[in-house]
Design a protein around this ligand. Structure first.
Ligand code: ADP
Ligand code: ASP
Ligand code: MG
Length: 413
């Protein structure tokens, strides 16, 4: 019998009616005889609510305590969904991350899964129990609760699918697939039938939050087919899979944006060997991800260095760089938070030129200034002022003619 892992996101389990709707979907699938493992997120808004509670106590909450707090959101939904299924006569059981053996590293709030000891899940499946697993959480080797970063339930689902060698991992969310850009911003965005792991990885890492980046990394590494679908209607969704000849070889396949960005500028950095390594080593020790880096031409032995970090890490980066700047002789540390990164993704760009020129011309025509640029063979990213994000996304989506005739499907009111 096929084994399917189904993940339901926050909006899909946002209230009891929606939990009942999800339970009906699971039951319909179970009736066909398929083995099902269910992964759920916290109810929509719950993780944000818990973060705000912690911030009322301290602006720098302890990471271990934060993970303990945030992991509770998913515990609520697993229990409620398991009860609903039981009421409908199905032998469901809820499991925390720890109970299904999800072992991670020690990086609280951004933990990586190192191992899955899935014996308990296999045992439940062999007894025809429907396991309902808490997404987004695991434990480290000290048995402390860890969480996998925002959107981490996607990664729980794909990692379990890989560990159990499932036939398919279905990600149920509030949109009916992966679109050429965020359908909540561009009304004529087009749903893709299929997308390659490589393109999806690029789109996710550049801000398309429909799948967490690490979930796509797992899917690609273990060749797990992933289908992104809506839990509100019966629609086919988007298959994330190996690149094949049938796939639309578009020059540009999607536009993404990421507002969780901040620019850090170090003014008057000594221009000598070893300084950059000292700076970036200190940042990486704090688990802050640095993205685009620009160093100006040096003058009189000094240079300026700018780079982007997630906005959520900007305060931490500024604190540690201010301490370090005295040691290495940097004049000033500046942080700009009102920036966003807009990117164009497409494997077709490998063999075509002109995409960069068209991107810059289109943004210039709207009076949008580009502060930083970075490219790879399948993407171009520009940092702009965040107030222009939506305009930039729509402009580029139009410029590369990515739109569809029909508006995308929305969740019911
Ligand atoms: P869930 O709570 O189900 O995990 P998320 O909010 O994490 O849902 O992800 C779904 C959202 O991703 C959509 O509502 C949409 O706004 C956003 N999104 C961003 N880019 C895209 C894209 N290219 N295709 C589809 N959705 C996208
Ligand atoms: N509840 C977590 C979050 O809001 C994990 C998830 O939804 O995937 O980020
Ligand atoms: Mg999500």
């Amino acid at each position: 019998m096929p084994l399917i892992v189904q993940k339901y996101g926050g909006t899909s389990v946002g209230n009891l009616d929606r939990i009942r709707n999800v339970a009906k979907r699971i039951a319909k699938r179970a009736e066909t005889g398929d083995n099902i493992v269910v992964v759920v997120s916290a109810m929509t808004g719950e993780t944000d609510r818990l973060i705000q509670l912690a911030q009322k106590i301290t602006s720098r909450p302890n990471h271990r305590e934060m993970d303990m707090l945030l992991s509770t959101g998913e515990r609520v939904t697993i229990a409620l969904l398991a009860m609903t299924l039981q009421e409908m006569g199905w032998p469901a059981q809820s499991f925390t991350g720890r109970q299904v053996g999800i072992v991670t590293d020690n990086v609280h709030s951004q933990a990586r899964i190192e191992e899955i000891q899935a014996d308990r899940l296999r045992d439940a499946l062999s007894k025809k129990i429907i396991p309902v697993v808490a997404g987004f959480q695991g434990i480290n080797r000290n048995s402390d609760v860890t969480t996998l970063g925002r959107g981490g339930s996607d990664t729980t689902a794909v990692a379990l699918a890989a560990a159990l060698k499932a036939d398919l991992c279905e990600i149920y969310t509030d949109v009916d697939g992966v679109y050429t850009t965020d359908p909540n911003i561009v009304s004529n965005a087009r749903r893709m039938h299929k997308i390659s792991y490589e393109e999806m990885l690029e789109m996710a890492s550049l801000g398309a939050k429909v799948l967490q980046t690490r979930s796509v990394e797992f899917a690609m590494k273990y060749r797990v087919p992933v289908c992104v679908r809506t839990s509100f209607y019966d629609r086919p969704g988007t298959l994330v899979t190996e690149e094949d000849v049938e796939m639309e070889q578009e020059l540009v396949s999607g536009i993404t944006y990421d507002k969780n960005q901040a620019k850090v500028t170090l003014v008057g950095v000594p221009d000598r060997p070893g300084i950059a390594s000292t700076i970036f080593e200190a940042i990486s020790k704090e688990n802050v991800n640095v993205d685009m880096i620009i160093q100006n031409v040096g003058q009189a032995g000094l240079t300026d260095l700018s780079f982007t970090v997630p906005q959520t890490d900007a305060v931490q980066a500024k604190t540690l760089l201010t301490e370090l700047s005295e040691e290495i002789g940097v004049a000033e540390v500046l942080v700009t938070e009102n920036i966003a990164k807009v990117s164009i993704v497409g494997v077709g760009m490998r063999s075509h030129t002109g995409v960069a020129a068209k991107t810059f011309t289109s943004l210039a025509a709207e009076g949008i200034n580009i502060m930083m640029i970075s490219t790879s063979e399948i993407k171009i990213s520009c940092v702009i002022e965040s107030k222009y994000t939506e305009l930039a996304v729509r402009t580029l989506h139009d410029a590369f003619e990515l739109g569809a005739d029909r508006p995308p499907a929305k969740e019911p009111a």
